[in-house]
Ligand binder design. Structure first.
Ligand code: 4NP
Length: 152
């Protein structure tokens, strides 16, 4: 069996999806899985994750400082097996770029792992305080625990 490849996507790829990438990676054996992240917007391409994401990850023992923001591209549909959107706006933006049913079906709302069919958003913590990042970390940790348990 080949490597399973999972992509986490938010808007800027500096707050939520870098956390999702780091958390899921920490729960899966690296020899069998590739986990990456991207943003639907290119505002922060090449930048490190937001310092508040770096800090909350570090607090839970995960280093995400190897990550750099990149933009989602159409070739990601073929490169990855599953694509997790952080919110409904990310979901709509990704699906709008899909060109067939197979690509469309790869896209999921990450919190549907915890709350099936509810299409709940991971709140964008960018304009909030540190508590928003703690909250986001906890919901992503729970969702990634379920994703990892299904994949292993
Ligand atoms: P993210 O958060 O999508 O979780 O990375 C954001 C980061 C930057 C911006 C918006 C959301 N921004 O508008 O620059």
């Amino acid at each position: 069996m080949g490597m399973k490849k999972i992509l986490m996507v938010c808007l800027g790829n500096i707050c939520r999806s870098p956390l999702a990438e780091g958390i899921l990676k920490s729960k899966l054996p690296p020899e069998s899985f590739i986990v990456d992240s991207a943003g639907t917007a290119g505002y922060h391409v090449g930048e490190l994750p937001d310092g508040r994401s770096i800090e909350v990850a570090r607090k839970y023992g995960i280093d995400i400082t190897n990550q750099r923001s990149r933009k989602f591209r159409k070739t990601d549909f073929d490169k990855f097996d599953m694509i997790f959107a952080m919110d409904q706006s990310n979901y709509a933006d990704i699906v709008a770029l899909s060109e067939n049913e197979e690509q469309h079906e790869k896209v999921r709302m990450i919190l549907n792992e915890l709350y099936p069919d509810e299409n709940r958003n991971v709140p964008d913590p960018y304009y909030g305080g540190d508590q928003g990042f703690e909250n986001v970390y906890k919901m992503l940790d729970e969702a990634c625990e379920i994703i990892a348990s299904k994949l292993e």
